[in-house]
Write a protein that binds this ligand. Structure first.
Ligand code: ASP
Length: 351
């Protein structure tokens, strides 16, 4: 008799626990271990946006007096993405809006202001990922597309493919009638000087590899977002690394390396030495550590940046399905910003 009563009572207790979790506003009833919220935690913000303008920022590399310009640009980018999310828009639209805006700002290494290849041209990479079904689109080694992130989205939405490169990507841009510019439109005097410096360092034997200092890549842009419907998205865009060999592709457009989004865990955008991020599958690794290793987002993100990668390899931004945020980096600086529906609105460069 006692056994007969025990089973229904246990079932009732379980149902009560689950509905208490649902009423408290928590979406974490089925969250991976380690991501549960305490009852006293503030509720998950209805939306969250995190952006970056590249790791590898060094005080000596930022031209005197320009730091406020970087911060102002990050604020404007945050406002653009926040407006989309606050109006009930999708995380996908928000991350595209942020990255598109930053691609037009010559301060950053994406779109206009992109770094130069060894032969003095620009080759642009970008990716976007939708956490709902892990749909993704990416482009690499583009030369004439003003907004690579937009073309990446079209790859995701209009083709059965994930990644288009070089001539094929340019042809697709023609088919899609996206805005084109001459390759020299991406030129800036500062990036030209950086190329000359890198080539000189190489000549003196100070830089064995084609790319060297973190600042030679500084300024990649990215955004991750959680929208009101609970969906995650990520986007990243870059000119790559100064003095790279023509045809070199970094982590940015490689899904799972520099860009990742999965509604089950988190959205990630990385920045730093692309070859290192590729070899670590860095962005997807954060997600896998949550899904299979029981880590919280901050713990997983921190472990990838400080233990899987080396301190000066770069940083990342991430947002979890529970609204948690991580922005680990050990370079001198990382341009970054966070906004959410609870009124958080911050931008920063240094630690
Ligand atoms: N990760 C980019 C690349 O290697 C560069 C950067 O993030 O600064 O292409």
């Amino acid at each position: 008799m006692r056994e007969l009563l025990a089973a229904p009572l246990l079932l009732l207790a379980l149902v009560a626990c689950r509905s208490a979790a649902a009423e408290s506003g928590s979406r974490d009833a089925s969250a991976p271990p380690g991501s549960a919220r305490a009852i006293s935690d503030p509720p998950r913000p209805e939306w969250v946006l995190v952006i970056h303008g590249g790791a590898g920022a060094e005080r000596k590399q930022i031209e005197p007096g320009t730091e406020p310009q970087y911060l102002d640009s990050l604020r404007q980018a945050l406002r653009k993405g926040s407006a989309v999310l606050a109006a009930g828009g999708t995380s996908l639209d928000a991350v595209e809006a942020v990255v598109t805006f930053l691609e037009d700002d010559p301060l950053f290494n994406a779109g206009r202001g992109a770094v130069f290849t060894h032969t003095g041209t620009h080759e642009l990479d970008a990716a976007i990922m939708d956490g709902r079904q892990r749909a993704a689109g990416a482009v690499a080694a583009l030369r004439t597309v003003r907004h690579p992130v937009h073309l990446a989205r079209l790859v995701m939405e209009k083709t059965p493919h994930v990644l288009l490169v070089w001539e094929g990507a340019e042809d697709f841009a023609t088919t899609m009638k996206v805005e084109r510019v001459d390759n020299s439109w991406f030129d800036t005097p500062r990036r030209r000087r950086q190329l000359e410096e890198e080539i000189e360092k190489q000549r003196r034997g100070e830089s064995g590899a084609v790319t060297s200092s973190p600042s030679a890549a500084m300024g990649t842009v990215g955004a991750v977002a959680l929208d009101r419907a609970g969906h995650l998205a990520a986007a990243t865009s870059t000119g790559g690394t100064t003095n790279k060999l023509p045809g070199r592709v970094g982590d940015t457009p490689l899904i799972g390396s520099g860009t990742w989004a999965d509604d089950a865990t988190c959205a990630v955008s990385g920045t730093g030495k692309g070859e290192k991020f590729i070899r670590a599958a860095a962005a997807a690794r954060v997600s896998m550590m949550m899904a299979y290793g029981g880590r919280t987002l901050p713990a997983a993100a921190e472990e990838v940046i400080s233990q899987v990668l080396r301190a000066d390899d770069g940083g990342l931004i991430a947002v979890g399905r529970d609204g948690s945020v991580a922005m680990p980096f050990y370079t001198e600086g990382m341009f970054r910003g966070v906004a959410d529906a609870n009124g958080r609105f911050e931008v920063a460069v240094w630690h």
